[in-house]
Design a binder for this molecule. Structure first.
Ligand code: AHG
Ligand code: MN
Ligand code: MN
Length: 318
């Protein structure tokens, strides 16, 4: 089996900066994974609210520090743009890559021994004002990845030639490829949504989920199952494995008109990975990867997973 290092070397020479970057990120992820499994008081609130208005927990801040250190040490990153920082951190104007990151995804699961992770989007350095460097459409991503810190620590990675799955060997601290070219089943009878928001969804989403709940007796004429972990990475990991559809739509709460998830460092990297595994990712009607962002921390309604189900949702004209 190939290690992460070996797998990335296949891409040389033009992708040497990506190899440097992912080798550095893998070291940081290994360290975070070990710290999480040892336990500790990672869930206490230590910071201010981050740019998205969420309380910062100890592990959000630790992960942000570790991944910033890794990006800096790789010497290939011009700007580092994190959920946990209001503005981009400028590292080296002449470096070729820009990183957008959710250092710790699934913060509400930190204290309860449920899978959490890290999401990474890699873009080319466009030059000019590096504070604006991440304002690029997702189609321009050179690579995308997420780590899942769970019963196993895994990594889903794409550089645009399919999505590969790696697993951390904790004895040696190396990510070993366990599946090359992951393919998401096109059809599914499983969905993931925070159903506690049902009364707040806009009517088309209420109709769609209502039809799934009606099961065999409804217009879909079959029963659907529901799974919701509350960590985007863990829900996505399951969908890569056995198919499914994930939905975080907009709703009528203040600041949730376009949902909860962030375009640049959550939806874009996950969408790149999903499309590379032959799934689909939209905001209900438009391809996520074609959306031109306006601001670093902007949110987007996010629907992804098995292709046939994602296109079925478009019928409801969300
Ligand atoms: P983060 O911990 O980076 O803020 O992201 C949490 C996200 C995502 O992981 C999850 O799918 C969603 O928020 C959960 O939202 P609810 O709390 O509304 O269920
Ligand atoms: Mn997140
Ligand atoms: Mn986060």
């Amino acid at each position: 089996m190939d290690s992460l290092d070996t797998r990335l070397k296949i891409l040389e020479p033009e992708n040497k900066p990506l190899i440097e970057l992912f080798n550095a990120l893998a070291v940081a992820a290994n360290e975070i994974s070990v710290r999480i499994s040892r336990g500790g008081d990672f869930g206490s609130i230590i910071g201010d609210e981050n740019a998205d208005g969420d309380a910062q927990k100890a592990l959000d801040v630790l992960a942000d520090e570790k991944f910033l250190e890794a990006a800096t040490g790789s010497k290939v990153v011009a700007a580092y743009c994190s959920e946990e920082q209001d503005h981009a951190v400028i590292l080296d104007e002449s470096a070729p890559l820009v990183v957008a990151i959710d250092p710790l995804d699934g913060s509400s699961n930190i204290d309860v021994n449920v899978s959490i992770g890290t999401i990474i989007s890699v873009l080319p350095n466009p030059g000019g004002d590096l504070q604006q460097a991440v304002i690029q459409s997702g189609e321009r991503q050179l690579a995308a990845a997420f780590f899942v810190y769970g019963p196993q620590t895994t990594l889903f990675l794409t550089t645009g030639k399919g999505t590969d799955l790696f697993r951390l060997d904790p004895d040696v601290g190396i990510f070993v490829m366990i599946e090359e070219g992951v393919l998401i089943p096109e059809e599914t009878s499983e969905y993931a949504i925070n159903a506690s928001n049902a009364r707040r969804w806009f009517p088309p989403m209420q109709r769609y989920i209502g039809d799934l709940i009606l099961g065999e007796e409804g217009p879909r004429e079959r029963n659907f199952n529901m799974r919701w972990i509350g960590s985007l990475v863990a829900d996505a990991g399951r969908i890569f494995n056995r198919g499914g559809v994930f939905l975080y739509p907009g709703d009528n709460r203040p600041n949730y008109e376009t949902g909860r998830l962030r375009l640049i460092y959550e939806a874009n990297p996950v969408s790149f990975l999903i499309e590379q595994a032959h799934g689909a990712a939209t905001d209900g009607s438009n391809r996520i990867l074609e959306i031109m962002p306006k601001a670093i921390h902007e949110r987007v309604p996010f629907i992804f997973g098995s292709k046939v189900e994602v296109s079925w949702i478009a019928n409801y004209e969300l």
